[in-house]
Design a protein around this ligand. Sequence first.
Ligand code: ASP
Length: 325
Amino acid sequence: MGVVLLALGGTISVPGRGRGARLSGAEITAAVPGLTELGVPLDVRDVQAVPGGSLTFAQFLDVVAIASRAVAEGADGVVVTQGTDSLEETAFLADLVWPHEAPFVLTGAMRQPAMAGADGPANVLAAVRVATAPEARGAGALVVLNDEVHAARWVRKTHSTSTATFASPNTGPLGHIVEGRVRMLLIPPRHEPLPAGPDRKRLEDARVALHVVTLDDDGDRLQGLEATHRGLVVAGFGVGHVPGALAPRLGALAEHMPVVLTSRTGSGPVLRHTYSAPGSETDLRRRGLIDSGFLDPYKARVLLRLLLAAGAGRDDIAEAFALRG
Ligand code: ASP
């Protein structure tokens, strides 16, 4: 019964210059007006006090394992507070492996607790409401900030400082918190969860590079990648295009490792068979690249690494991207 709240680091826990150490989960929740009045039993635990940008796949899978145990033992839902910088990636990682109906809710803050209009308390209150909302059950991992509920699958951090930074450009929010009530407008389709506990050595070895294609890109940085990485995500122009001269290099890499084609634009899918010039999506797919559909480069990298860590081969990987892209 109740909610397990796992406190990581991030702005929500930063006390401000000269104000001492990071705030603990208990200190964060004590500062939330109206939380006690909700009457939700909270089991608050401090996990990794690191900035969002320093989290690792292994650390976050440990967080998911703690949350999963808590739900198996009867918690109605989970709230994770963390730095917002990597939140769109950790949320998707959790979503891919989360096997429960209970909501796995991630939140954070854009303003430090001592700042005027600090958003952490409102975000924690909203996150606890969503974690216990019957309407949010079965929706997987959700990102709750600014009184909006976003699907982990679609959410992006779109602004470096705004409290309205989290948005889902392809879909909009799944729901809103209105007058303290959770109003879910949509529940996204769920897929079979991937293995939540991949072998740690395999996870470590499953290094996936991300290459953002730029004007006049000769792909020089990709030299020797097959020796250091097990997979590559390419963030191409527009619908999934690269300079013609780069296409053979990507094709050669695709003979050694899965190479996934995404768009660097921030929303919309890559195409499959509309353009045919060298470096176009049709050309790249013919050279063995896997298209990511609507998955953005960061989320594609999370999925690819998890699949490689689970021992998936090229065909399984292409199938997984066809299903989830
Ligand atoms: N740099 C911070 C972090 O991700 C930003 C935040 O929490 O909003 O830890």
